[in-house]
Design a protein around this ligand. Structure first.
Ligand SMILES: Cc1ncc(C[n+]2csc(CCOP(=O)(O)OP(=O)(O)O)c2C)c(N)n1
Length: 582
């Protein structure tokens, strides 16, 4: 199909050909030509956000909840630079998004023209790939490549910057049948010999752990993972990016590893003799002080991105490949070991692990003054909203509690900013998730600090009939930073008091945005308040949960220290004394 169109029309047709149903964005001069044909598209819905950062996080939330590529659009200069944070966020968390930006006319590029910013240069280190398009004939092919690159291999953000004159000029539209990307061929099929070697180590090991990362979700490998886990009987941990990849209720699940992971999960990795890493990246928040991490463990490291393997920790068995294929092949290879009479014997290991998790379960103190424990609010929310709901968190204490105290049973029900740690992620990401999964109940769990960064998108939600629910865990401060000041800066609280118990009034703010606003400050009223919020389905709802300011996230491995130093609670070092021979 080839007929005469403008570059802008070619862009919209390309989005249609790529199967896009939603674009989050804000128009402006350089991208304006694209907004005109957008009006005529019966397929592509444009959601007009209130800040481009909201568009980017919404595209991420949409992608994380649906598995499809999320799309955001902005004008040149400040519109494009406002996308930088969500693009960096998507890069760190391997989220497939395509960001389309208008650029000043090609003849003006490099002249410091009005609203000119070299967004390709700026985003070079935070995109999987980016394109500057100055020739209208290149628009369909570039868009096809952008969607392909974003979604395949290790997913990530791709930026397409299109000069205004290329959008205005005349061209023909033809959607490429095949792509010619000679330098881009992700290795999907794992090497059979490496897989067999991994299986052999798995049955020989005495203290193995499956270290499950976000790559398992990206590869849509949760079903295969469960088969592998149950076939082997090996204990398993899910990282912050992988929560939901394996049911929390499963007895082989030890919880989340890392700085605020469970004692059992952190210590299992630390004392393991074999770690099978599946789509995880030995992030510093998981390893603690790297040189002391899991000193006795052999490492099987499977990842689609060869650059991850050996980056932080040397791998004994490197496996490059798509996690779903890797896990499926491991099932076959382990079965072959079993058929040959070789089975893993992890009975002593399980005895130790059960003792650790029995002695050091996740828990929290109820504030003695009768004020509300934030962990209780989150725990009840998880129970009442249930495991079918989608939860999107901000960054800080509430994020850790939402990871710890909600039981995730299904993949793609937990969205958060793990790698970049972006305050302001929750509300727009929840909005994007609700657009992608309109039938799902979507709760944002946000901090009072985070919420003040992007809550303007509640207007977008109210106007566009996107009824998300927001639980603001209002502790009156930048809680996670305050926790570090409590523990490491002698309780000198420099610039962490937000005074949010006074201003702004989140109930009034919600109402001003066209949402329902509720407040709750006592444990007795938590269930009824959540149920009231759940009963409102025609408006976004904000609940201001006024909680105790001094609650802390435990367990904790202080930054830069060894996982051996884990504190189960303030002043409580777990006693592994009898396990010294491990
Ligand atoms: C954009 C951004 N700025 C600063 C930080 C550093 N930071 C991490 S957590 C945090 C406090 C978050 O406060 P709040 O949203 O109230 O959540 P709480 O920790 O109280 O649950 C800050 C400032 C960040 N992660 N992101």
């Amino acid at each position: 199909m080839t007929d005469q169109v403008t570059g802008a029309q070619a862009l919209i047709r390309s989005l249609e050909a790529a199967g896009v149903d939603t674009v989050f964005g804000i128009p402006g001069g350089a991208i304006l030509p694209a907004y005109d044909p957008l009006l005529d598209s019966a397929q592509v819905r444009h959601v007009l956000v209130r800040h481009e950062q909201g568009a980017g996080h919404a595209a991420e939330g949409y992608a994380q909840a649906t598995g499809r590529v999320g799309v955001c659009m902005a004008t040149s200069g400040p519109g494009a630079t406002n996308l930088v944070t969500p693009i960096a966020d998507a890069y760190m968390d391997s989220v497939p998004i395509v960001a389309i930006t208008g650029q000043v006319p090609s003849g003006a590029i490099g002249t410091d023209a009005f609203q000119e910013a070299d967004i390709c240069g700026i985003t070079m280190p935070i995109t999987k790939h980016n394109f500057l398009v100055t020739n209208p004939d290149d628009i369909p092919r570039t868009l096809a490549e952008a969607f392909h690159i974003a979604a395949t291999g290790r997913p990530g953000p791709v930026l397409v910057d299109i000069a205004k004159d290329a959008l205005q000029a005349s061209t023909t539209f033809s959607w490429p049948r095949e792509l010619d990307l000679p330098g881009y061929r992700p290795t999907v099929r794992p090497h059979a010999k490496q897989v067999r070697e991994a299986a052999r180590l798995m049955v020989e090991a005495r203290r193995p752990v499956l270290y499950v990362g976000g790559g398992v979700l990206k590869a849509r490998a949760a079903a295969e993972l469960r088969v592998l886990a149950e076939l082997t009987g090996i204990p398993l941990v899910t990282t912050l990016m992988a929560r939901g990849a394996f049911p929390d209720s499963h007895r082989q699940h030890l919880g989340m590893p890392g700085m605020h992971g469970s004692v059992a999960a952190v210590t299992a990795l630390q004392k393991a003799d074999l770690i099978i890493s599946l789509g995880a990246r030995f992030d510093d928040r998981v390893t603690g002080k790297l040189s002391t991490f899991a000193p006795e463990a052999k490492i099987v490291h499977a990842d689609i991105d060869p650059a991850e393997i050996g980056k932080n920790r040397a791998a004994d068995v490197p496996i490059v490949g798509d996690c779903r294929e890797v896990v499926a092949d491991l099932v076959v290879a382990v079965q072959a070991e079993h058929d040959a009479g070789r089975h893993g014997d992890y009975a002593a290991w399980w005895q130790t692990l059960d003792q650790w998790r029995g002695t050091y379960p996740l828990g929290y103190d109820v504030p003695p003054d009768g004020s509300l424990a934030p962990q209780y609010v989150i725990e009840r929310l998880g129970r009442i909203a249930g495991p079918e709901a989608i939860y999107a968190a901000g960054v800080g204490q509430h994020q850790m509690w939402a990871s710890q105290f909600i039981s995730y049973e299904h993949p793609y029900t937990w969205l958060n900013s793990g790698g970049l740690g972006t305050m302001g992620y929750a509300v727009p990401a929840a909005m994007g998730a609700k657009v992608g999964r309109p039938d799902a109940l979507v709760w944002a769990i946000d901090g009072d600090g985070c919420f003040q960064m992007t809550n303007q998108e509640l207007v977008t939600c109210a106007i566009n009939n996107i009824p998300i629910k927001v639980a603001v865990i209002n502790n009156g401060s930048l809680g996670m930073v305050r926790q570090w000041q409590t523990l490491f800066y002698n309780e000198r609280y420099s610039n962490t008091d937000l005074d949010t118990h006074r201003l702004p009034d989140f109930v009034k703010l919600a109402e001003a945005y066209g949402c329902a606003g509720l407040r709750c400050d006592s444990a007795d009223a938590v269930d009824a308040t959540i149920e009231k919020a759940m009963a409102i389905d025609d408006l976004p709802v904000v609940v201001d949960f006024v909680v105790h300011p001094d609650a802390m996230v435990w367990p904790m491995v202080p930054a830069g220290t060894s996982n051996d130093e884990i504190m189960a609670a303030r002043g409580v070092r777990p006693d592994f004394g009898e396990d010294d021979d491990l």
